[in-house]
Each structure stands twice: as C-alpha cells, then as structure tokens.
Design a protein around this ligand. Sequence first.
Ligand SMILES: Nc1ncnc2c1ncn2[C@@H]1O[C@H](COP(=O)(O)OP(=O)(O)OP(=O)(O)O)[C@@H](O)[C@H]1O
Length: 340
Amino acid sequence: MIEISHVSKRFVSDVQTVEALRDVSLTIEKGQIWGIIGFSGAGKSTLLRMVNALEVPDQGYVKLDGRKLSDYTEGELRGGRKRIGMIFQQFNLLESRTVYENIAIPLRLNHTPAEQIAARVEELLAFVELEGKKDAYPWQLSGGQKQRVGIARALATNPEILLCDEATSALDPDTTESILQLLAQINQQLGITIILVTHQIQVVQRICNRVAVMENGQIVEQGAVLDVFGNPQRPITQRFVRTVIPDVLPESLVADLQQEERAYKLLKLRFQGNVAKENILYNINRRIPVESSVLFAAVTELQHVVLGIFIVKFIGSEKSLAAATEYLDSHEVAWQEVAV
Ligand SMILES: Nc1ncnc2c1ncn2[C@@H]1O[C@H](COP(=O)(O)OP(=O)(O)OP(=O)(O)O)[C@@H](O)[C@H]1O
C-alpha cells in the first residue's frame, strides 16, 4: 500500500516560487490502477516522483507498506526503488545501446549473474512481444516499440509498483491502445500496482479503476472511475469527462426548447449497471400522466459496467412530475434538473 499524506512541495528559485503540491493526500491499494489527471503544471509528475523518492516532501509524508520513505537509509532507498519501476513519455532509452543492453541495465546495476540476465531479458522480450529485436538500436524502433523496451526495462527487477509518466502521450491512438493493453496485462497477470500520470482522459477511461484529478497542486476530486466519471463534481473534472462522455444538449436543441410553450422539466438521468437495462422511461409513461422525450443520450462502458446519461424533457402537472422523480429515486436512478 502507498500512503501519501498531506504532502506539500515548493520549488524556490531566484525568479519565482512554485507551490507544486499543496496538502495532497492519496491512498493507493495493492493491485489498483490509478490515473492522475490534470493540465500541464498541475503537479502530477511531482506527485508521481514522490512515490519513488525522486522528490522529497517539504511537509507531510509518503509511506510504502506502512513505513515512511523519510525513515529509509540511502541503502534501503536503493533497495526500495527496485520495487518500483518507471516509464516515461520520451522513453529515456540509451541510444548507443541495443534493446538487449537497455533492458539489462537494472539487472547489471543489481550485479545479476550474466546467464540470469540473458534468461530474464529473453523472458521480458517475449512478454512485451519484441522477440527478434534484441540487437536493434532504439533509433531503429517505432515509438510503440521503444515504449515496450522501456516497459521491459522497468519490469526487469520484478517491481511491485509501476509508475508511468505520460507513457502514451507521444504515441498515436492505435499504438496508445496497444501500450494500454500491455499495461492492463501487467496489472492483471503480474499483480503490479500502476500509477499513471496523464492529461488524456481516454487513458483513464480505458484502463484505470481509480482516478485523482489535479489542479494547481491539489487533488480536487478522487475516487472510483465509475463514480467520478458518472457524476463529476468539479468544473475541471466535468471538462475532462465531457470529452469522453458528453452530457450537454446540442445548441440546436436548446434553441428548440426555448420555443416550447408548455411547462416542462428537463432532467439529466444517470443510469448505472443493471438499472441501465430496465425500461425506466417506459414504466414512468405507463404509470404516471407525463409526456417524456429523450433529447440526448450517451451510453458507455466503464470497468465492465454500463453507464448511461440521458437528458429527458418531461411535460406534465407538478404532481405528475413529482411522481416521476419519486419513481426515479425509488429505482436508484440519479437525476438532476438541468437549466437551459
Ligand atoms: N525541479 C523543479 N524546479 C522548479 N520548478 C519545478 C520543478 N519541477 C516542477 N516544477 C514546477 O512545479 C509545477 C508542477 O510541475 P509538474 O511537472 O509536477 O506538473 P505536471 O502536472 O506533471 O505538468 P506537465 O504535464 O507539464 O509535466 C510546475 O509549475 C513546474 O514548472
């Protein structure tokens, strides 16, 4: 378990002082995949680097399995870092070394015997599907292949945690997808905890089960991906989530609504899991004298759970509208009134 507690970090130079992290707390359980999302400069990389003690908090602490990193001796820190692998946006490979040599670096630093290194590198090359590339140099590889080498190198010492700093930001969408699949496989097959820093919400949507949203050095929202995506609270989270799960009415429909002469109520409904399979609107129309029309719908799947966002116009008496919202409550459909 990784426990980040009330961590603050300030960078002071002659020109300026930057509050990179402000009272950040986050608990990461073994086997989870966390996405840390935010715009440039939000403090994501600084937070990630706290986990392997590449940055040291000014205030607060980071604990690994119950022990504060600040209590580790230099030797223990070196040992601790072997439990944590890291991959980067620009891959950070040694250009003058072959794929084999790049992957072998952490093993050589560890004084692993040569024959064990050879066996381990072969195993890793097979795992990241780069058999046959061991004598290639980084400049002969595509971006996706370079990241696979970076991943193999990070896995060389059998880490328990993998830190990913914008690992897919330099890759095209198809290559991003294949690297994300590989990361999901690493999590599932090897049980490795993954913390992934990104500014791409699609990356979080695709493989993370937890998300923390950062803004100006603070975590402004965090939780299970399904909860945060299903009901984003903060404007920045809504902005990110909206790009993958739209939940606003198109302009033309807003214009039509402004012409509506009858009294109406506009509700945004959120269906989750099994509820999405029930025919809630049909049942409301059958039981309650209201007229309903779906103006907007978006259905997506997160963590194998269906999430549906509907914007529905209800027309009826106050009493009927109240009965309709009561029906939604009793069937655990989250709703909120939308103003246009
Ligand atoms: N070593 C450093 N010295 C001075 N300022 C720093 C240092 N590292 C980070 N910062 C500053 O701290 C703030 C947070 O940086 P950080 O790299 O953590 O943000 P980020 O969310 O990862 O953004 P990006 O995606 O652009 O890297 C930024 O304003 C950055 O300029």
